[in-house]
Design a protein around this ligand. Sequence first.
Ligand SMILES: NC(=O)C1=CN([C@@H]2O[C@H](COP(=O)(O)OP(=O)(O)OC[C@H]3O[C@@H](n4cnc5c(N)ncnc54)[C@H](O)[C@@H]3O)[C@@H](O)[C@H]2O)C=CC1
Ligand SMILES: O=C(O)[C@@H]1CCC=N1
Length: 280
Amino acid sequence: MSSTVGVLGGGKIGEALLGGLVSAGRDPGSLLVVEAVAARAAELTERHGITAVDVAEAARRADVLVVAVKPGDVPGALDEVSQTLGGCADRPTVISLAAGIPTSAIEARLPAGVPVVRVMPNTPMLVGRAMCVLSPGAAAGDAELAAAEELLGAVGRTVRVAEAQQDLATALSGSGPAYVFLLAEAMIDAGVALGLPRPVATELVTATVEGAGGLLTTPGSDGREGAAPHPGLLREAVTSPGGTTAAALGSLEADGLRAALARAVTAARDRSVALGEQYG
Ligand SMILES: NC(=O)C1=CN([C@@H]2O[C@H](COP(=O)(O)OP(=O)(O)OC[C@H]3O[C@@H](n4cnc5c(N)ncnc54)[C@H](O)[C@@H]3O)[C@@H](O)[C@H]2O)C=CC1
Ligand SMILES: O=C(O)[C@@H]1CCC=N1
């Protein structure tokens, strides 16, 4: 029998996890959601067949309790969990998806010894293509980390990092999908501005993003065997001498795209650190 997973917070990332697990074949009966907004809880039940429960029931029944509320709501949510766990013999592993909040701060609000794993996921989890970055807390051993990897491996890829790198992981893969969506949106708008019907521009751009992603993740796609594809080589393969791509790339470099991205990732990293300082 598979373990029971309780998700505290049925918002965007909570739904991405729950929906992704159901799509991956998990029995919805093994999933619970605790959601403060009743209409939202009903939506999740209707869409994915997930049972909505209160926090006490989730804490009592779950083998794994996933914290998926906003960083500012984490302290209050953990206090509710803690009250229930005080009286439970079997304590779940707590997986926190909250940006910025250190495992030490989570552990401090829970009964001593509850294993905590900090994870930075991303929304492609909904379609089984997540990047989940994991770091164990002080009481999480190999067994808890392996169980977290098995759970999240059903909805994408997992990688372990030292917790000191979590804020940067948040800036790259946690927030990263939004950078790609912004790029796609801007490309579509540019096509429309130059005269393409929006549905055509949208199809061209979304297929291009999907295809480029496929090249980036297919070994050997840059002509070298045995190494991860290099984005620079893939870009060179598109760039004919004196051609259209060189003209576009020259324009992007002149407009400072690389520097803008470096500043954006730094801003996201710094915001993650600040969230931890404010709410951790
Ligand atoms: N959206 C994203 O792409 C990602 C979000 N995260 C993290 O996931 C967490 C949630 O983010 P989102 O899903 O985007 O936020 P959201 O605002 O969409 O969802 C949070 C949900 O939690 C509910 N909630 C608040 N307090 C609650 C409580 N005490 N008990 C039960 N439900 C409660 C809210 O009603 C809401 O539906 C944040 O900590 C964020 O840093 C991490 C990676 C990616
Ligand atoms: O924007 C945020 O704070 C969250 C964390 C990473 C993605 N979304």
